[in-house]
Every structure is written in structure tokens, then in C-alpha cells.
Design a protein around this ligand. Structure first.
Ligand code: SF4
Length: 399
């Protein structure tokens, strides 16, 4: 039976982020990793510059690696599986990881580069099996190192959600397409609508969990996460051998009004696993008083169907890849859109698998393969997700 001591979470803040990492890990009881194969699993899903709080800060992962290597002669790996249409090496290099992934003492792995292993999920509520990275059986110890983010679909993205990167290639996207209204109906959540995606993520906890969670809040992402929010410098690291305890503390300092109900996949995991912590009362923080660490962040928007003055975005059950592409497109092409569209004659964009004919305006750009059922009803732009430049080119061609 787990005691409260198994739920120790340490937290540290320092302008020198390597110092914060060391201070945080010094206060944890990390097992002897000598001779083990250890995966450092940051969140490096996108090709973006460092310190935007979209990918994990490379300075944090480098500090974790040096800390462990000084103590344990282990076989170290670093890797991730990015979002669709993203080159993993390019994502790591653009995000500032070149030095680390070329260090001869750690092996860089594209987690999708081997045929997958399939795991049965015996008690899965929605998922009964899942294809995971073919490297899974190589690793004795998995360290989840996410960047702390708000997330428009899941409330927040923390150390457990980061494990989704161990799902093989496009199998990740299938989690966004599940339909199980009977199961959803049985799940009561007083604060937030629970979606199939939340339940599917929680099912993963039955077949893979991180052994150690180190949450990077050097820069945290507020608002429109996972990739279009604002980076906020917090200089903070949170760590625990209990991933749930770490995620609970991350929420406590950034969304003090929230409970686990606001992040349904964590709530379901907490209800499903035996003796799992449910709130901050169930974890032991180090230091005990975390008051000075609290810095509320802007939550993700509750509605993702947003109407801009001269843009109608019709979003029914998209996944974050398409939605992020659209938000970046709107941000990067504001001048063009403002010049060419008006409130009366807006740019109509539709994304997501749930789009129906009746949702569409007269001339609508149907973006992404999910909308292909209605491709005769507008201007269809194929891809999963189509890239921003292709979407803009077709919009301009259609003017
Ligand atoms: S088309 Fe877009 S919404 Fe559909 S699965 Fe692909 S990325 Fe997700």
C-alpha cells in the first residue's frame, strides 16, 4: 500500500534553471539506475524555437541528464514522437537540443523508427489495445519531462499526458476519433465535459506510466495551449516519483481554483488507480509551504469555436494539430485577412471530424482529411494536418 511518503513532490525555483533542477532532484528518493536503460522523454512535438513553452526547455533536460549521469552509470536515451508531418530531428534541433542529442553519452531515438509493440488494455474503458513505440521494452526507467502547459482539449498537459508521445505514429490521432457515448454518459464530472479523448488517455495509465516526473515550468504556457498560448517565465521545476502527485502540484501552483475535475484524464486515473492521490491534501510537498510558488496562469479558453470579427472558425471535434495550425495561420496572416475579409464577408474555415453539412457557410474552406465527407460542399484542403503555407496558398488562389 502506498504511503504519503511515496507521494513526495519537490519544487524549486531559480533563475539558474540547472540549479533548480539539481535542488529539486536532490530532495527525491531516486532509485539506483546503474546499469539500467533510462529514457528521458521531453515533449518535443513541434518544430519551434526554444523557450516558447511549446517544447520542453533543452536547458532543463540537459541539467537532468548531467545530474543523473554524475550519479548513475546507466544507458541513457532521449527521444519523442512528434505530431504528424513533423521531422523529429528537425524538431529537436530547432528547439535547441543539438548539443544534447549529439552527446556520445546519450542515444537519440526517433520513437517511431521501429515497428510498434501492441499492448492489450484489459480494463480499458474505451481502449482495449494500443500500439506503442517499438523501443518500449528497451527501457527500464522512463522519465517524463513535459513543459507545463494549458491545453484546449484536456485542460492541462503535464507529466502523464506527455506519455502520449510513446504511442506509435498515427495511432495517436485515433484517440481523437473515438466515439463512445454510452461510456461518456456514465462518467460524472461536475466541472467539465468529459470527452472520449480524456477517457482514452486515462486508459493508457494501465499500460505505461512514467517512473519519474520532472515538470519543466522554466517557461509555462498559458491560454491557448498546446502551441498557441503565451509563454510565462516561472523558473520553476517540479518533480516526483509519483506522476500524479507532480501533476497535482503543477495544477495547484498555476490553477489554484481547479480540482482534478478540470483535467478529466487525471481525475479518471486518480479514481481508477488504487491509493492514488486526489488532491494536494494527499501529497507531501517539499518545501511544505508552496505559497510563494503560486502564479495563476490564464486557463485555456472554454470554447474552442471562436468567432473573430472577420473569420468564422467552425470547429467540431478537431484535434490540437489542426486547431493549432489554424490559430498560427490567423496570427501570422492577420494583415492579409483584415484587408480581404469583413464582418459581412468573413473567411469561413471548418475543421474537425464532426463537421456536418448544416454547419457550413456559403463558401467554406474545409481543412484537413477529417472534413473530407463534405468536400463537395466547400473548398477542401487535404492533409492531416495541412501545412499553413498550403492553406494560405489555396485561400489566395480562391480569391
Ligand atoms: S485532419 Fe486535422 S483534425 Fe483531423 S486528425 Fe488530422 S490533424 Fe486532426
Amino acid at each position: 500500500m502506498k504511503s504519503r511518503n511515496d507521494r513526495v513532490v519537490s519544487i524549486a525555483r531559480n533563475e539558474n534553471i540547472a540549479f533548480a533542477v539539481n535542488s529539486c532532484l536532490d530532495r527525491l528518493d531516486i532509485p539506483d539506475l546503474t546499469g539500467k536503460s533510462v529514457l528521458l522523454k521531453p515533449n518535443v512535438g513541434r518544430v519551434v524555437d526554444p523557450k516558447q513553452a511549446v517544447n520542453t526547455n533543452p536547458d532543463v533536460v540537459t541539467a537532468v541528464f548531467h545530474y543523473l549521469r554524475e550519479r548513475f552509470k546507466a544507458n541513457y536515451f532521449i527521444g519523442d514522437s512528434p505530431i504528424i508531418n513533423t521531422n523529429i530531428r528537425e524538431a529537436f534541433e530547432q528547439s535547441g537540443y543539438s548539443e544534447l542529442i549529439n552527446d556520445p553519452n546519450i542515444q537519440f531515438v526517433d520513437l517511431d523508427s521501429r515497428p510498434p509493440v501492441e499492448r492489450a488494455i484489459k480494463n480499458g474503458k474505451i481502449l482495449k489495445k494500443i500500439k506503442l513505440t517499438g523501443y518500449l521494452d528497451e527501457f527500464d526507467y522512463i522519465i517524463s519531462i513535459p513543459v507545463l502547459k494549458m491545453h484546449m482539449h484536456t485542460g492541462a498537459s503535464l507529466s502523464f499526458k506527455n506519455m502520449k508521445g510513446l504511442i506509435y505514429k498515427r495511432e495517436k490521432i485515433t484517440l481523437h476519433h473515438l466515439q463512445a457515448p454510452d461510456i461518456i454518459e456514465q462518467i460524472k464530472n461536475p466541472k467539465k465535459e468529459v470527452k472520449e479523448l480524456d477517457v482514452a488517455i486515462s486508459d493508457l495509465a494501465q499500460v505505461m506510466r512514467p517512473d519519474l516526473a520532472i515538470i519543466d515550468a522554466s517557461y509555462a504556457l498559458e491560454g491557448m495551449g498546446p502551441s498557441s498560448g503565451n509563454a510565462v517565465k516561472l523558473n520553476t521545476i517540479i518533480s516526483s516519483t509519483s506522476f500524479l502527485a507532480a501533476d497535482i502540484l503543477a495544477l495547484a501552483i498555476t490553477q489554484p481554483e481547479w480540482t482534478l475535475d478540470d483535467v478529466p484524464h487525471l481525475k479518471i486515473i486518480s479514481d481508477t488507480l488504487i491509493n492514488a492521490p486526489k488532491s494536494l491534501d494527499d501529497v507531501q510537498t517539499n518545501p511544505e509551504n508552496i505559497q510563494d510558488f503560486i502564479k495563476p496562469l490564464e486557463p485555456p479558453p472554454s470554447s474552442i469555436s471562436i468567432k473573430y470579427e472577420n473569420v468564422n472558425l467552425i470547429d467540431v471535434d478537431s484535434c490540437s494539430a489542426c486547431l493549432s495550425t489554424i490559430f498560427n495561420l490567423l496570427k501570422n496572416n492577420k494583415e492579409f485577412i483584415d484587408k480581404n475579409y469583413t464582418k459581412e464577408n468573413p473567411l469561413n474555415l471548418a475543421i474537425g471530424k464532426g463537421i456536418k453539412h448544416s454547419d457550413l457557410y456559403e463558401k467554406t474552406f474545409l481543412i484537413g482529411n477529417c472534413t473530407s465527407n463534405n468536400k463537395e460542399k466547400g473548398v477542401f484542403i487535404k492533409g492531416c494536418t495541412p501545412v499553413e503555407s498550403t492553406i494560405m496558398r489555396i485561400i489566395k488562389e480562391e480569391m
